[in-house]
Design a protein around this ligand. Sequence first.
Ligand code: SAM
Ligand code: SF4
Length: 341
Amino acid sequence: MKKLIEKAKSEHNLNQEELLALLKSNDCNEQLFQAADDVRRQFVGDEVHLRALIEFSNICKNNCCYCGLRRDNKNIERYRIDEETIFQLAEHAVRNMGLKTIVLQSGEDMFFTTDKLCRIIRRIKTLDTALTLSIGEKSLEEYEAYRQAGADRFLLRIETTDRRLYEELDPGMSWKKRAECLKNIGLSGLETGSGCLVGLPGQTVESYADDILFFKQIKADMIGIGPFIPHKDTPLKDAAGGTLTMALKVMALTRLLLPDINIPATTAMETLEADGQVKALQAGANVIMPNVTLTQYRKHYELYPGKSATNYTPDESLCKVKEKIAAIGRSVGQGYGSHRH
Ligand code: SAM
Ligand code: SF4
């Protein structure tokens, strides 16, 4: 096991069988996390890049069985933040909070047409900031339009590379189409962000190994790994959910195989354990996405329970994140934190 970790650390390559051996065994988890931490320091340094997350609409036409925003969930108050307020949130994050990337995330809400989105992108880009979108499956022309309007990056998790499971849990959606979208994001000139869930019912270690190899194959610029947390108003309400340990292992192996990409310590990791994000920062992660959405909206963007449970304002949350980063001897990124090839 130790030899495999050393190999991954020096060659940044493992085959499916080698990945499986490391995923199955818990004997060397600490060594695995340490190796991912070393590779992170060597390739992307000690800076932690902060991205301001704005959840601008919780309306979604899709029905993903794991997600609290799914179309059939009637126990949720739906909202859309208007263009002016989205801009003001972004302006506050950049000018007053000093954040260098804005992430606009939403359900697949058809109200936000390409024209509307491009207008918002152009306006936000008048601020000194990088801009990431996480708004679901679009056409190549739409990704190109966002790029031309000034967007820099796009996040679209593949969720799982197990096609059968994906299509079972994302009714009406096609795995091939999602993979095609990831290809088109790259073609449009946007940085490609993807990732997966860990702990969906039916997911196996074999499929996590495939996920990691898929991230390498698509030459991802960013990868977010989130433990699945069951939501009471979804068909998966009684599922066991993912563990922090397995999510950290998938993340650490992703760092070893894609040494120079951006990897967030995800909010879902923090939701599972109070120091989940710090553990992630010490096992390969180099990004945190503080939420700057106003609490009045944020409480309705509940993908999973506990996600929105905070009484802190965006400014207070940012202070807490900065304290955590300083406490482990790391520093806040000063630049835009784009993928350094
Ligand atoms: N609608 C867009 C999409 O699906 O790409 C972007 C927003 S979506 C809410 C962002 C991510 O939330 C999804 O890619 C999914 O991995 C994650 N997510 C949804 N439900 C979750 C749950 N119950 N536990 C953990 N993560 C979840
Ligand atoms: Fe909609 Fe994204 Fe949730 Fe699926 S994961 S229901 S696409 S918001």
